[in-house]
Every structure is written in C-alpha cells, then in structure tokens.
Design a protein around this ligand. Structure first.
Ligand code: ITT
Length: 208
C-alpha cells in the first residue's frame, strides 16, 4: 500500500507525463524519435492502437502533408498527436524528390527503387548539393503547431553504409566523412533533420 506521501508523489509524476500519438506507419522514424524523448513523454504508436492503415498524404508541400497526417489521427483518436513528413531536396533536380520522396520511383516502389532512380538521374551531375527537411505537425489540446528541421549535405555517387533507412545510403551531411547510413543511430540523431525538428517540438512542450 502507498503511504500518503508516496501516493502524492505518484500522482504528481503521473500528471507530468504527456502521452503523444506518433502518426506514422514508418517504424524507422519511431526508432529514431524514441531515444530522443524525455522520460515524461510517453510515445504511443499506431500499432499500439491496432491501427495499421496507411494515412493519406496528398498535399503539395511537406507542411500540408504533415498537417494532413496529424489531423487524420487527431480526428480518429481525439488525442494529442504529431506527424513527421520528410523530403530529400536535390538542387540539381530542382528540389526533387522533395514531397514525393516516398513514391519517387512510382506507386508501390521500394526505398531501394527510389535510391536507384536518384543515382541514375544524378549520374553525370557534378553539382550534388541536397538537403533533408522534416516538418513535424503537432496537435496539442486541439491546436496545431508546426516545427521544421533541416540538414545540408550532398548526394553520393553510390550507396554507402548499411544503417538507417530510405535515402540514408546516398546522403552525406556537410562536414562529415560518413553517409547517414554509415553512422550509428546516435550519431545521425545528433545532426539530423528529424532530430532538429523534434528538438523544437520538445522545447515547445516544456512550456506546456
Ligand atoms: P509516414 O507517412 O507513415 O510517416 P513515410 O515513409 O511515407 O511514412 P515520409 O513521406 O515522411 O514517410 O517520407 C518519405 C520517404 O523519405 C520515406 O519513405 C523514406 O524512404 C525517406 N526518408 C524519410 N526520412 C528519412 C531519413 O531520415 N533518412 C532517409 N530517408 C528518409
């Protein structure tokens, strides 16, 4: 049985815990985000809620898509939630794949197909600058907030490294000798687009 003091402590700790649904079906994103969260934030995945459908993302920008995914989940579950929409923007390809990063090689394509398509399009290109951008849309107590993070870098000429996911094997952040796929998760998390957007959201949540 809890003593009066212990009970009070437990109640005050529980009232500090913020539950947040992460509106993604991408397990790699969850794997990157989870270790960056403080202990007072309890992350709830769509799998925890037995929800396995794809969430529509039909917007023309990362912001529109992130908001669309967060609104979908907020409407369905009525609980605080956030969504991440990420794009790889390559200067020589006029910002492509950008908002089309997930299905760049066509409907039903795999991340490998997308990487191959980028490598092919960049085959004879000497200007290889690119950036990853993540937009996080948070719906907290019914109000929408947007946070953005980016990392600049370049597209490699071949896939390098076995860590990470998606375009990581062909993206080398500026000031690094390693591709994202050559870095252990904690190194990618120090500088990534997603970690930077998340940091802004966590700063905001501290004030709640
Ligand atoms: P959700 O919409 O369910 O969150 P998704 O995989 O469709 O998952 P996005 O539209 O945000 O997510 O991402 C587009 C694609 O960009 C994604 O499928 C990955 O292949 C790639 N991608 C996203 N974040 C990445 C990262 O940190 N490193 C490498 N590739 C990434």
């Amino acid at each position: 049985m809890l003593t009066g003091l212990k009970k009070r402590e437990k109640i005050s700790i529980n009232s500090m815990i913020q539950e947040l649904i992460i509106a993604t079906q991408n397990k790699h994103k969850i794997g990157e985000i989870r270790p960056l969260l403080p202990s007072n934030i309890k992350l709830i995945s769509l799998k925890d809620l037995n929800f396995s459908e794809d969430i529509p993302e039909t917007g023309a920008t990362l912001v529109e898509n992130a908001l669309q995914k967060a609104r979908f989940v907020y409407k369905k579950f009525g609980r605080n939630c956030f969504a991440d929409d990420t794009g790889l923007e390559i200067s020589a390809l006029h910002g492509r794949p950008g908002v089309y990063s997930a299905r760049y090689a066509g409907e039903g394509c795999t991340p490998k197909d997308n990487v191959r398509k980028v490598l092919l399009e960049m085959k004879d290109e000497s200007q290889r600058q690119a950036r990853f951008c993540t937009v996080i849309a948070l719906i907290f107590d019914g109000i929408e907030y947007v946070f953005e993070g980016e990392v600049l870098g370049e597209i490699l000429c071949a896939e390098t490294g076995g860590e990470g996911f998606g375009y990581d094997p062909i993206f080398k952040p500026a000031h690094s000798n390693l591709s994202f796929a050559q870095m252990p998760l904690n190194e990618k998390n120090k500088i990534s687009h997603r970690a930077r957007a998340l940091e802004k959201m966590l700063e905001f949540l501290k004030t709640r």
